[in-house]
Ligand binder design. Sequence first.
Ligand code: S3P
Length: 166
Amino acid sequence: MSAPLIVLVGPMGSGKSTVGELLAGRLGVAFRDTDADIVAAEGREISDIFVEDGEDHFRDLERAAVRSALAEHGGVLALGGGAILDEGTRELLTGLPVAYLSMDVEEAVKRVGLNTARPLLAVNPRRQWRELMDARRPLYNEVARVVVATDDRTPEEVAQAVLDAL
Ligand code: S3P
């Protein structure tokens, strides 16, 4: 059991998985993603969990997934974009090397837009993105040791910036 070397948080589309894989490769460690852990444990897609059991239930599953991943995994760990909404999950991140991959609203609309596989963006993506970012930005900042802007950077540049900053 060892603490993760790097934890990535940030909105969907900020590149947590791509950058996480790159970082893990650079550091020679494993990459883990709590969304994937939840899908594997539940045997269903996240969008189905949202529809069938609601967001609160998903956040409970997510908190449990973050707790186990932090206890078991010593590599690079990416969290789902909304994980920081849960106070218990935020507490689990206290003192850890957390990097917030930030992205502005226009970039989010461009990258993710109206992607129906993402359950939280059903209509009016620009307005929803603005509301979602306004609500979440302070929480990302609260848990983050470093903030890395992703807007004008390639995943390789973001990975390097994370390594330089942490
Ligand atoms: C969510 C982001 C998703 C996933 C779920 C909810 C969110 O993760 O956990 O759809 O609330 O922003 P990614 O950020 O990996 O897409």
